[in-house]
Design a protein around this ligand. Structure first.
Ligand code: 5GP
Ligand code: ZN
Length: 119
């Protein structure tokens, strides 16, 4: 995995501006947009511009980019006003987590008390 854009990847297309999204923030390494089907008052998705299929692939191949994604999550939380109340960062990873888009993305959820999760 070298981070190259994948032709059939939905989030590569969003990063490239080929599919519209509601942009929240952009940095040189990351792109943040609103989830199309929000599960909380604030539900944003943070992706690296580079393509890695999940958090494990990102961490193994580009650890500095994994760090940048977490740093950006804190910046997004501040920018959208949920930092004080608290928020959740989620990386669904493969089948048992229900990952549906295989371009790594951090869900940032907040704006109210969130339900607990698991099974
Ligand atoms: P996953 O289950 O893979 O972690 O989550 C994928 C997320 O992407 C879901 O929360 C889903 O609502 C969101 N999503 C799927 N397609 C689109 C899209 O075309 N635009 C946006 N903004 N979000 C999408
Ligand atoms: Zn991609």
């Amino acid at each position: 995995a070298d981070g190259q854009a994948q032709p059939d990847c939905l989030f590569c297309k969003i990063v490239a501006g080929e599919i519209p999204a509601t942009v929240v923030r952009q940095t040189d390494l990351t792109f943040t947009f609103k989830d199309i089907n929000p599960q909380a008052p604030v539900h944003d998705l943070i992706v690296p511009r580079a393509h890695y299929r999940n958090a494990a692939e990102l961490a193994a191949n580009a650890p500095e980019l994994a760090a940048a994604l977490l740093t950006e999550a804190a910046e997004v939380a501040k920018a959208v006003g949920i930092a004080d109340g608290g928020y959740r960062i989620v990386f669904n990873t493969d089948a048992h987590a229900g990952q549906t888009v295989f371009h790594v993305h951090a869900h940032v959820l907040g704006g109210d008390f969130l339900s607990t999760f698991g099974t």
